[in-house]
Design a protein around this ligand. Structure first.
Ligand code: M6R
Length: 369
């Protein structure tokens, strides 16, 4: 039931504040993160982990790439992220102090399921992040942390993505607590940021009309580029994936630092480029670098759409459009910056008269390898 919305995707995009809030529920105790499912897995076992490998596909993999920054920073454990279908076929090194985390909305993605089985056979323990109760991947795992985004029907994943990042952040903070790598006050600070996210996503949703208008102006666009840095990098790739699958437009997400290593050759007059700009307060070193990237592409004629923090005036002289997101600590910005990119892709699909919920050639869950 679309509940009065024009599409399941529109409904699911709007449900993102609840997806995050419901995923947090029951997992925060006195400003500290205690995930009961992880406590059951064994805090001692978690404390002994030397390495984490995250496996997932598509949007779920971008959730993993986003969380990699936070988990390493908070828990000081090396984290790598791999596409499930690559991981399994390259004879990866798996030791018994390796923890594998799988991420899957459906819990039925065959590539991820096979990678989970492979990892367990090789001696790793597997924790799964999943949105579907009783699905196959959770049943094949040592523990499962459910995202409580509610059923996701549209092929394009949206609310599951923010819920996956939320669950992975909860994992990271739980791990940091058992490993003692963050002080009580540092943990409380992150928890406060996390708890504030649903209301901030709601604010981003309120300003969605600007992005929608932009999409309708750009219905004839042939290619769109997305740039981001640090946690903005996976968000750039996610924005590009959404646009490919929903609007059938060629789109690429790049790490902003890579520009000069090749992609800048793609910039020609009129080329639309979305840039996820890090906060000037939170990322004092990266913010000027990204602003200077914007200047470089603008000088070559790019049409720049900046996703920037409220009050960031440095982008104004160089961006053609600025989409504002509320203030948040750097690691939490992805949960806000992704929303305008989802809406842009959805609106562009609508502007082209396409089926937003059922893009061509795609299935909601990919149950074949
Ligand atoms: O159900 P899963 O989370 O395992 O699905 C993974 C991908 O197939 C999925 O995220 C896909 O990339 C989406 N269509 C993206 O919007």
């Amino acid at each position: 039931d679309k509940g009065g919305w024009s599409s399941f995707m529109a409904k699911e995009v709007a449900e993102q504040p609840d997806a995050v809030a419901n995923t947090l529920r029951g997992r925060i105790v006195d400003d500290a993160v205690v995930v009961p499912e992880l406590a059951a897995f064994g805090d001692e076992a978690l404390a002994g982990i030397r390495r984490i490998v995250i496996i997932a596909c598509g949007t779920a993999a971008y959730a993993g790439m986003t969380a990699q920054y936070a988990i390493e920073k908070w828990a000081r454990v090396p984290v790598t992220v791999e596409l499930s279908h690559e991981f399994r076929y390259r004879d990866p090194v798996i030791t018994d102090d390796t923890l594998v985390i799988s991420i899957s909305q459906s819990g039925e993605t065959m590539d991820t399921l096979m990678a989970v089985k492979y990892a367990r056979e090789a001696g790793a323990r597997v924790i799964s992040i999943c949105n579907t109760q009783g699905a196959t991947i959770p049943r094949e795992s040592d523990a499962v942390v459910y995202t409580h985004a509610g059923p996701e029907v549209a092929v394009a994943s949206t609310k599951a993505f923010v819920a996956q990042i939320t669950a992975l952040y909860l994992f990271g903070l739980h791990l940091a607590r058992v490993r003692g790598s963050l002080s009580v006050e540092e943990q409380a600070e992150q928890v406060r940021e996390l708890v504030a996210i649903p209301a901030k996503i709601a604010t981003v949703l309120e300003s969605s009309a600007t992005v929608a208008q932009l999409a309708h102006w750009m219905a004839d666009t042939r290619a769109v580029l997305f740039l981001g840095r640090h946690v903005g990098f996976p968000i750039a790739m996610e924005g590009a994936l959404k646009l490919k699958e929903l609007a059938y437009i060629h789109a690429e997400g790049f790490a902003a630092g890579e520009l000069k290593h090749g992609p800048i050759a793609l910039i020609e007059p009129g080329q639309p480029v979305f840039v996820v700009v890090p906060s000037p307060r939170g990322s004092a070193t990266l913010h000027p670098k990204v602003v200077s990237n914007i200047q470089e592409i603008r000088a070559r004629g790019a049409r720049v759409i900046a996703i920037a923090e409220e009050g960031d005036a440095a982008v104004l002289p160089f961006a053609d459009e600025v989409v504002r997101i509320p203030l948040a600590a750097p690691l939490f910005e992805p949960l806000l910056a992704v929303v305008p990119l989802q809406i842009f892709a959805m609106e562009l699909s609508i502007a082209k008269g396409l089926d937003v919920d059922q893009p061509r050639n795609l299935a909601k869950s990919v149950t074949v390898e």
